[in-house]
Write a protein that binds this ligand. Structure first.
Ligand SMILES: [Fe+2]
Ligand SMILES: [Fe+2]
Length: 179
């Protein structure tokens, strides 16, 4: 067992649940913003609907853990609501490939984030949290694969757009762990 695992406290677990709930909330908002702009009849709409449904399931699971364990949600909830929706709406307005570039960028960071948690979590003492994160991470990777298959990387200015979104995600994740 690593030192990190031995040092894992209740506060560490609460922080994980807090940031995950925030991230899933933000993800659900991104797709809401994208669908508001694209409508239900764009070629990508059904894929985005499918991803949105999965994000809602992820969010429901962390909402439940927040309630059951009495974890304080992030005070940045209003920020995630606005920033997620704006990011979704803006990228969708740039075009369907930009919308997919947004998903690819976000899921790249979420994958890293969930993998880091899986590396630190003690599965024996946190079986539910561990299995949910593992399951959701798989679905985030599917979202990323869908986005890339839908032409995310062909969007004009992809490297800059992707780097900006990824940086935003890392900042938001870092903040929501603590506040
Ligand atoms: Fe998710
Ligand atoms: Fe996702």
């Amino acid at each position: 067992m690593s030192e990190t695992k031995l040092g894992q406290t209740r506060a560490d677990i609460a922080s994980m649940i807090r940031v995950n709930q925030a991230g899933e909330y933000g993800a659900a908002q991104i797709y809401k913003g994208q669908l508001a702009v694209m409508g239900d009849h764009a070629p990508q709409s059904s894929e985005i609907h499918h991803m949105a449904e999965q994000e809602q399931r992820h969010l429901d699971a962390f909402d439940q853990m927040i309630t059951e364990r009495g974890v304080r949600p992030t005070i940045l909830q209003p920020f995630w609501k606005m920033a997620g929706y704006a990011l979704g709406a803006t990228t969708a307005a740039m075009g369907p490939r930009a919308a997919m570039a947004c998903t690819a960028a976000v899921e790249t960071e979420i994958d890293k984030h969930y993998q880091e948690q899986l590396d630190t979590l003690q599965a024996e003492s946190e079986p539910e949290l561990t299995s949910k994160i593992a399951e959701f991470r798989e679905e985030e990777l599917e979202h990323k694969a869908t986005a890339i298959a839908s032409g995310a990387e062909d969007t004009p200015g992809y490297p800059v757009l992707s780097a900006a979104i990824r940086l935003g995600c890392r900042v938001a994740i870092g903040l929501s762990k603590r506040i």
